[in-house]
Structure formats: structure tokens, C-alpha cells
Design a protein around this ligand. Sequence first.
Ligand code: C2E
Ligand code: CA
Ligand code: CA
Length: 753
Amino acid sequence: MASSKKTKKRTSIRTVKYVISSFTVCITAVFLLFFSTYTIYLTKNITQKQCEQDCKTIAQAYSHVVNAFLEKIETSLYVFAFNDYVIEGSTSQIVKHIIAHNYMKPHYFSTLFFVDLNGKLTTSEGMVTDASDREYFKKLKDLKPYDFVVGDITSSKTKGIPSIQAIVPIYSSDMKLKGGIGASIDLIALQNSFDDSRINFQGRIFLLDKNGLFIAHPDKNFLMKKYTPSVEAYKEITSEVVSKQRQGTFDTISTTGEKVRIFFLPVDNTDWTVGVSVPYSYIFNLYNILRMLQIFSIVVIVVIIVIFVSIGYFSIFKINKSYDPITDLYTQEKFESKARKLLKKHKDSRFVLIDADLRGFKFINQNYGEVIANKILVKFGNILKEKTDSVKGICGKGYADHFYIFAKITSPGKTIEYFNNTIDNINNLLKQEDFPIHAKYGISFLYPEKVTLSSRKTIKNLIGEASFAKSLIKENLTKEFEIYSPKIEEKIRYEQKIEHNTEKAISNDEFFVMYQPKIDLETDKIVGAEALVRWKSSDKDLGLLNPGQFIPLFERNGFIEKLDFIVYEKVFKFLRNQIDIGNPVVPISVNMSRNHTKSDKINNFITNFISAVEKYKISPELIEVEILEQSVANDKILLQKIIEELHYKGFSIAMDDFGSGESSLNMLSSIPIDVVKYDQNFLRHNNLKDSYEFISSLVELGKKLNKKIVFEGVETKEQRDFLKSIKCDLAQGYFYSKPLIEEDFINFIKKYK
Ligand code: C2E
Ligand code: CA
Ligand code: CA
């Protein structure tokens, strides 16, 4: 199929394009991801190395600061030691000297003291204590001139604050050791000087002695103490371990509980270790930012890919949704949206919407197979498309065999004319080798000049109207299209209402019978009557209904078969009642619907009819059955059978509305009916005189065949007089009486029998 190939081609070009671009997007995404990961990896290394480098530099710088500080201490001590009083003098002179020069001691000396060889220590403030247990004292004996020694970290003997003691030896001019001059250095003061020299740096600096005690620490509470991290994983990394190892790097938990990386190295010329601790978050700050950026970009890439994939998917999907795969016409959805656009563009134009389908398409589909059925759809689609294109309209395909056309028109009249001229051409084109195919069309027009803005119809409204109009076309081929009008819709609504109220009508007993007298023209006396049904509906909108308003519908939906028997029962009951109370009665004619005159229904009808008559014990001579000429015209054998069976039971038969159908007058000779009721139309000619001759011959013929002749619809005296003059038997009509309710009918009989 050419058109489905077109759609496939369209779809596959899109698919290829889509796959290629998806592939490109994915490759780019993967590359970007790889690139960013590598960059981040590099950055991570660089930042780490950079940080390590910085920290080492800082640690070294601090090592120098410490050394410089120690040198300052040494220098200060020698300022006191290099003095003739000290070198030459006695112990008491030395003590006097330092006491006298106490004011000269630097601020970071908490005490200045002299210790003799027995360990007796005298401070520059004159306090005396025993220092023989101190480490620096033990080292004093081994010190050479100009040496300098720093002792362990301790609480100072005199003030009890965390301190370190430094000492220089004092030799006499004959090189005899006399003792040493030393100082206690307040660690807090030391720490303060560290704090003062702090450079702009995120890390913290600490100083450990050889036993792992803090000599300097930003938190002064830790001075002279050791530290063990409280977190299990880092328990091993104690200050002792660091001071033993002297140089290296550890990841641990700081005294503030933060995750940190520490870099540490020995302080030159001492057994101390200086360390720098830097928070992890700082080291990895850039790295973390980059990582976040990466995660963000991954999310963005994924979102882009998802959007891209779905756009691609939907665009392919949309193609499939826009074109019918069999006919390559627009799908209904697309058709509607295109039509809406066209309508919007030409707000003041007239339009036509056509809903078409193929008659018996289901039958074709089931009996000839899908392939042929599709072939026909394609053919029909192509024909419609070609016709539509020629008027710049839009053509679409709905469900199954439904097709839609929407086009701008100049006038509905011209459109119908064009349509009428084109239908045969379409049917010819549609014809398959061995069977004809016909379409039927529902048409709806849009006249912008006739609508107010608020009642403007939408495309959906127009489709609804067109398909409604189409639904009114019967399956026989007499009509090819129907045009929507609000009137037909009104009629349908009305019928729907009637249908809706039928059940209720039975249960409420809303049907009743009226009787129209039949008069003997010779005597002017009543000789019979016809039973005619009426419906007094409890629905206010319906009210009192004449048979013309509901019988055609009941014939279509079959309810007439039931209604006839409701009428029969009422008639028989009425007769029975009249007889029982001794009122005079006349034979009654009842109408038999064309629905009963079907070969599969007639037996049932006769049986039920007879049993209804028997139920009320009505004599058959009192009953006449009116059969419609049109209902039996085509089946003489069936008519024969009906008449025979009813005759057998003693009923008489009238042929109703004779002359309204196509039966020939000759037919009367071969059918044993008793009464001929000529159709009312014979009397409806404008000038009755023109048809006198014809009516005379009708009556004459009937009489010749020994039938009783009835004319109904006799309304005027002229009609009555004429019929009387030609010896017509009976008359029924408004001239004598309209159909009467039971009570009036009883009185009529009493008066005219
Ligand atoms: P129909 O059997 O031909 O009944 C005669 C119709 O002509 C009646 O209309 C009657 O009221 C009307 N008619 C009588 N005289 C005149 C007249 O002088 N002038 C005019 N213009 N009309 C006259 P109605 O009662 O409206 O019934 C219409 C049709 O409905 C009947 O035509 C009959 O075919 C059908 N019908 C009525 N009752 C029944 C029924 O119980 N069962 C069946 N199956 N059909 C019924
Ligand atoms: Ca009748
Ligand atoms: Ca009639």
C-alpha cells in the first residue's frame, strides 16, 4: 500500500535522525563526564599537594620562630651571665646581682634564677627552693661554657604555672663551674607570642615536647597535657606517637572534634615537634565544590538526555498519531486540530463538514478479508483527499471506515450541487471488480452569519451534527447523504422522548381507544365503527398524542405489536360490557399493523387474536380486521393465508388505504377480502369533479367484485352526496363524526342505529 509506505518512510527517516542525534548527545555526555571526573581527580591531587606544601612551609616557619625564641632566651640569659660580678663573684654576690637586675628580665621570663652546684635555687625575687631534682640541673654539670639547655616541661616551682626552664652555665675566669643562670618561661606567654605571629591561615599550630606534652596549643587548657583522639578509628594517633615519629602526616580528629590532617616535623636543635593541623573541609574545599559541580552537571546532562529522548520519542509518536497508517490521511485528532486552525483563520467564512462511511464495510471486512477492506479504505481515502485538495480542504480518517472532510465553501446550495454531481463519479471510482461499493455521507454546514458568538459551533459540534445526519440514512440505497438541520434533530429528540415514556404509558394505562362511526350512505345509519388508538401521556411535554406521532416509531421499534393487542383487548372489553348491559352495538374494525404481516409473525398474531376474542366471548361478526394495502402488496400468498384463516374463524377483512400503494385494481379479483377502504387521498383532489369519473369506476369495480366499498375522510356534504349518488356503500369521516370517546360513541349509536 503506497500510502502506508509513505508513513513508514516518514517515520523511519525521523527515527534514523533521532537515533544519530541521541547517539551524539550520549557520546558528548560521556566525554564531558569523563573529562570532568579527570579534572576533579587532578584538582584533588593538586589541592592536597598544595596544602601539604603550605603546611610544611608553615611548620618550618614555626620551627624557625621557636628557634629564634630559644635564641632570644639564650641571649637574654647570657646578658645576665656575662657580667664580671657573676663570673668573678661569690654565690651570694651572684644572687645579689640577679636580684638587683630583676627589672631587666624580659616579659616572657616568669622567673629569673641562679642555681648553685648543690641545687639551691634563688630567684631574682629572692625566693629560695631546691632544684636538684630538675632535669636542667642534672644537665648543668655537663654544660660547656656558652652552652644552653632547655629542660622538660613542668609547673614552675615558685608559681605553679606551665613552664619550661632554660639555663646557661657560669664558669669562673679559671674555668670552674659555679652554677647556672636560668629562667622559667611561661608557656602561656609563649603561646601568646605564637598567636601574635599567626599568619592568615586556616590551620592551627601546636608544639610538642619529646614526651608528647603540648608546649604550645591554641587551646591553653591543653598545655602540658597529652592528647588521645576520642574517636575509635583514630585512637592510635596520640600526641605521644606524633612526638616519637617527629615527622610525617596523619589524618585524625582534632581537639575540637573536627576531622583534620596534621603535618609535623622536628624543631631544629631540640627534641620538640611542631605540627600544623588543617581541617579536611578546607583541604577538600575546592574538591568538594568541583564534586558538587560534577554532580550538578551529571543531573543536568541526565535531564537533557531524558528531555531529548522523550522529545524524539514523542515526535515519532506524534507522526504516528498524526497520520492514519492505512490511508495516510490525518488521524481524527489531527484532522480536528487542523480544522480548528482553518476555522480560526477564516472566522467569517462558511464551511462544510462531511462525515462519510462505506456501506456494509463490516460485511466486506468479514467476508473478503482485511487486505481487500484496507485496499478499499485506501482507495476511498485517496478519492476523498483528491476532491478535498481541489477545494483546499482538510481530509481525515476516523475510526474504522469513517472519513471526515472540512472545507470552506461559498454557498451550501453550490456545495450540494457539486456533491450531487460528484457522488456517481466517486461510486464509479470505488467500484471493485465484482462488487459495487457505496458510501453514505452526513453533511453539516456552518453559517457564521447565522450564529451569535456564544453559540458558535466547534469542530466537534459539526462532526456530531454530520454523523447524526448520517445516522438517519437507512441502509437501503435510496439516499446517499443527509444534511443536518436542527429540525430533524428536534424530531429525533421528540421520538426519543416518546420511546422513553412508552413503558410508563403501559403501566399507567395511558392508551385509550376512540371510535369513528361508519355510516350506510343509503340509510344514513351507523353500521360500524373503526377503533383508533390515542395516548394521553402523563408527560407534560407530550400531552394527548395522535397515532401519527407515535405509530411510525413503534413500527420501527416493534412496540406496535404489543400496542395493537392493548387496543384489541380494550375494544373487546368495551363490546363485552355494552352487550352485557344491553346497549346496542355495531361491528368494530380494528387496525392490524404491518409488523404482524411477516411470515414469521403471522401465526402468532392469528392465535393471539383469536384467543383475545374468545376471552371476551365476542361474536366474530362484530369484528372486522383492517389490513394495510402496502403491508401485503408484495406477498399475495401470505395475504391469502391471513384472509383464509381469519375468514375461517368468521371475521371479516377490510383492505385499508387501498390505492395508496402499488397494488393493481386487478388484485381485488383474486383476493377474497370483504371490504375495500379507499384511500383518503382520492377525495383530496382540489376539484372533486375532476375525479368523479375515476372514483365512480373504482366503486363500480368494487361492487362488481362483490366487495363492500368504504370511503374514509368524507368531510363535506358534496363528497357525501356524490358518493351516495354513485352507490358507494359506506362513508367514514368528519362529515358524520370525528372519532369519539366511548361515552359519546354509545350515545351516537343510540341516536343513529
Ligand atoms: P387509518 O386506519 O387510515 O385511520 C383513519 C384515519 O383517518 C384516522 O386517523 C382518522 O381519525 C382519520 N380520519 C377519519 N375521518 C377523517 C376526515 O374526515 N378527515 C381527515 N383528515 N381524517 C379523518 P388517526 O386516528 O389519526 O389514525 C391514523 C392512522 O393510525 C390510522 O389510519 C391507522 O393506520 C393508524 N392507527 C390508528 N389506530 C391504530 C391501532 O390501534 N393500530 C394500528 N396498527 N394502527 C392504528
Ligand atoms: Ca384503518
Ligand atoms: Ca384508512
